[in-house]
Design a binder for this molecule. Structure first.
Ligand code: PEP
Ligand code: MN
Length: 338
């Protein structure tokens, strides 16, 4: 970290700042210029609050050299993290994992049918929302506990772990007991209390990128979970808000190599919420595999026009099967299985 202090800063102010940083176990080196005093701070600077340092009227600028996240940072953990989701391994050089299922869990028979179809198509983890974060309070809100129960039964029957979204802390116990992979949705990426609570569990977490969050903010949210002792975090890009209207969101595929460079955590792509359009899902999925994604999460429905949510972006099961077949070929080209 580089702290630039104004030349007029009184000596006692400079001493106070240096002392407070050194007391935290960091080393400070000063370079005295004609207009400014520049301090180089080395050590674990993640514990310093740059905004707080900037609050001093004598500080002109605070510049971070290293990232503010530590546990999620590849620098301190060079090997890829592989997250085991009840027997399905995600990350590193493991096969690309396809998670698929409906946006919302709709009924017991529908859940059973969807799990069967996802399994037949080659999916390895069954997705479905039981607690739904809907933009309108009048839209279908999900089946709640019943939905989780239907998923758990179907997952066990067809031999697939399940992933579902947790929206509030009061349902955490239910998820710890019945869900294999806890999804934190885009809207809750910065719900820090929720992140802290899932961080106290041992459950794998699928952390979606917020609607308008930077990669650094996303990694800081991963850091929240990891700081609680839970290092089983899988990142999920699901498109971000831009000015573009022809797609529901803008899929930022460049996050795949960026995350691989900066973090050791696995990265999964959600082409369904990113595009909002079933016609775009296959091409974006293949591109994601080519770019090195560790997995995909794809909304699939046996009857999309009548789906209770997100029908426009749900694939028909036959399309999912074809996508997986084509994806396997792309994965092979880059030396990976699917
Ligand atoms: C979902 O996966 O059903 C969902 C609501 O996703 P997101 O949080 O990315 O909008
Ligand atoms: Mn959805």
């Amino acid at each position: 970290m580089i702290i630039t202090m104004k030349k007029l800063a009184p000596q006692e102010e400079i001493d106070r700042m240096v002392r407070s940083i050194e007391l935290k176990g960091l080393q400070v080196t000063m370079i005295s210029g004609t207009d400014y005093n520049v301090f180089g701070v080395v050590g674990d600077t993640t514990i310093l609050d740059d905004r707080k340092l900037s609050a001093s009227p004598y500080v002109d600028n605070v510049q971070r050299v290293s990232a503010p996240y530590k546990l999620a940072n590849r620098v301190f953990h060079p090997a890829d993290t592989v997250v085991d989701v009840s027997g399905v391994r995600i990350g590193g050089s493991e096969p690309v994992v396809v998670m698929a299922g409906p946006c919302s869990i709709e009924s017991e028979t529908h859940t059973d049918l969807m799990a069967d179809l996802v399994k037949q198509a080659g999916g390895r983890i069954f997705r479905g929302g039981a607690y739904k974060p809907r933009t309108s309070p009048y839209a279908f809100q999900g089946l709640g506990s019943d939905g989780i129960r239907y998923m758990e039964t179907a997952g066990k029957k067809y031999g697939m772990p399940i992933v579902s979204e947790l929206m509030s802390i009061d349902k955490l116990e239910e998820f710890v007991e019945h869900v294999d992979l806890i999804q934190i949705g885009a809207r809750n990426m910065q719900n820090f209390d929720l992140l802290k609570e899932v961080g106290r569990t041992k459950k794998p977490v699928l952390l979606k990128r917020g609607l308008a969050n930077t990669i650094e903010e996303w990694l800081m949210s991963a850091e929240y979970i990891m700081a609680g002792g839970n290092e089983k975090v899988i990142l999920c890009e699901r498109g971000i808000r831009t000015f573009e209207k022809y797609t529901r969101n803008t899929l930022d595929l460049s996050v795949i190599p960026v995350i691989k460079q900066r973090s050791h955590l696995p990265i999964v792509i959600d082409p369904s919420h990113a595009t909002g359009d079933r016609k775009l899902v296959e091409s974006m999925s293949l591109a994601a595999i080519a770019a090195g994604a560790d997995g995909l999460i794809i909304e699939t429905h046996c009857d999309p026009p009548h789906a209770l949510s997100d029908g426009a972006q749900c694939l028909y099961p036959s399309q999912l099967a074809l996508l997986i077949e084509r994806g396997r070929e792309i994965a092979r080209v880059i030396g990976r299985d699917l």
